[in-house]
Design a binder for this molecule. Structure first.
Ligand SMILES: C[S@@+](CC[C@H](N)C(=O)[O-])C[C@H]1O[C@@H](n2cnc3c(N)ncnc32)[C@H](O)[C@@H]1O
Length: 230
């Protein structure tokens, strides 16, 4: 039986990743019917701390994930679906003073959490913006990398989400999607995962017609989406 990944669970594929907060604890799953009956399962801001655990940072170092995604010094990065900022602050360190990080999320509570962490860290130059489903209030073609980790499977409409990512990315830039692997047996519900061919098909429809897949570890995959040369 497939279950939600729960921080209280044990076992190599269940314990310690912390990217998944849809526990069977009745506290704010945020499940609701989306268009066409699609059920979203938004990571509850009540569980934001799970995303920031030391265990998660050890098992999935954010700086390495960002570099694998192609983030480097001087770049402009949009951390889309940033949550409380597990990747946002490391992204600011990777891009450095010459770079720029924009963090966006649909949950204001997540952004409040992030703002608190940024101010504690003495970082004043990260832009924090409230998005709506499929719309980020940022000008087009600004990002070298649009980075979305464990977000796409939460989107009501993955095609619209990727079309918005395609709008935000500069020519020559990339959209980096990190998700749970679909090609191995993980104790994560199927509707909390999205297969690479599905990601690639939605991306191609949005004009991101090239994809490169990196298996990051036993549970996570990175898909870098770019535009081919016309
Ligand atoms: C599982 S959390 C991951 C947070 C962060 N990326 C991380 O890995 O620590 C997913 C986040 O995506 C946000 N989210 C869901 N759908 C979104 C959308 N369509 N646009 C922007 N953010 C979204 C949720 O509010 C939540 O904060």
């Amino acid at each position: 039986m497939q279950t939600d990944r729960d921080e209280t669970a044990h076992g190599a594929h269940r314990h310690g990743h912390g990217d998944h907060g849809h526990a069977h604890d009745g506290h704010g799953h945020g499940d609701h019917g989306g268009p066409g009956g699609h059920r979203t399962h938004r990571f509850s801001a009540d569980h934001a701390e799970r995303l920031l655990s030391e265990e998660r940072a050890q098992s999935f170092p954010p700086g390495a994930a960002l570099r694998n995604a192609g983030v480097g010094p001087g770049m402009t990065v949009i951390d889309l679906g940033c949550g409380p900022g597990f990747f946002t602050i490391p992204a600011r360190h990777v891009v450095g003073a010459a770079g720029h990080v924009i963090a966006a999320d649909v949950q204001p509570e997540m952004l409040d959490h992030l703002r608190g962490r940024l101010s504690q860290a003495g970082i004043a130059d990260v832009d924090v913006v409230l998005a709506t489903e499929g719309q980020v209030p940022v000008a087009g073609a600004v990002a070298d990398v649009v980075f979305a980790a464990f977000v796409l499977h939460e989107a009501n409409d993955p095609g619209a989400f990727l079309a918005e990512c395609a709008r935000l990315v500069k020519p020559g830039g990339a959209v980096a999607i990190i998700e749970w692997r679909h090609d191995v047996d993980l104790e994560i519900r199927a509707d909390h995962r999205i297969a690479v061919p599905v990601i690639a098909a939605h991306a191609a429809a949005a004009g991101l017609d090239r994809h490169e897949v990196q298996v990051l570890d036993d549970a996570r995959v990175l898909v870098r989406l770019t535009r081919g040369i016309p």
